[in-house]
Design a protein around this ligand. Sequence first.
Ligand SMILES: [Zn+2]
Length: 224
Amino acid sequence: MGSLFKQQISGRRDETKIILSPEIYNRLFSFMCLSSYFSYFRGEYEEFGQFIFGKKVKDWLFFYDQTTHPGNTESAGAYHCTNEDVEDTITKLMTGKYDCIASFHTHPADSESGRCFSWEDTEFYIHKTDIKKGCLFLGCMISQPVIGDWSDDEISFIRYDKKDQSFIYYPDIYVAQGAKLIPLKKQTDLMYIGKDNKPYNKITLKDNVEIDRVYTIERTTMSI
Ligand SMILES: [Zn+2]
């Protein structure tokens, strides 16, 4: 499965480390669990999401420690921001305290493509690149770990680079625990960014079918 995905990575890697506060990690992880519950136990392929906010501690280090209101989630098939989320986000951006913002959302475990950023996601990130001068806008995908392997954190970040007109991905993600940094599993093979930077759903249908087939076999084997 990994090799199939590796063929599709063409985004540029960024050495910047992304550090999540424990609260932010718990928030992202709880959304992962929420999404798993809907996908695996209710058979409902919903998406949930919010925004997180961070500071650039050093040139090569972002620290995310703020999010929008805990009660705000949206579950309507595809993820759309709630009005409360939008208001909260605007208020936080107006304060000028944040150097980076990330829009995160879950994808359901319906197929292997659910582990990838969609064309709509990347269009949204491109559109929001200039949300605020001096504030970097990142997209964050939370997908489903394979059942039975919860060590496989599926959290990945990307950003659109307007100058290069290409996507940058951030494989070095950590959770701050006291003075220690706990690394999350590198998710480079989750990047949907396709050949010639083409979005995933513009890659040939054959590739998609092949990926979904591999995924189904692995899931079936894993979930007995
Ligand atoms: Zn999406």
